[in-house]
Design a protein around this ligand. Sequence first.
Ligand code: SF4
Length: 118
Amino acid sequence: MVKLVCIECPVGCEMTAEKKDGSIKVSGNRCPRGEKYAIQEMTNPRRMLTTTVFVEGGIYPLLPVRSDREIPKGMVRECVKELSKIKVKAPVKMGDVIAKNVCKTGVDIIASRSMVRK
Ligand code: SF4
């Protein structure tokens, strides 16, 4: 049995999930989103990735970036390592794609803010 806290809304239901007879039984959730979250956590946990990349010629040395959707939790470290090698040039617009298909996850990394030139 695994204890989980649902992060789908601020209520934060405390749930338990148990693999039984080839399926996953979830309890403690107040709505179906909790069950969906628990099953995903048990089978294929995913996370949004937020980090920074180096920027050349910008008003700041680092640009905040994020994934355009969740990536497999087990790939987060590898993706952050890959992104640490990237250097973009200012100017950058919020939403610009910084890295396509990062680490072959099918997920793009986009700028979280704009960065003007120095
Ligand atoms: S189970 Fe539903 S009510 Fe409970 S935290 Fe998740 S989304 Fe919110």
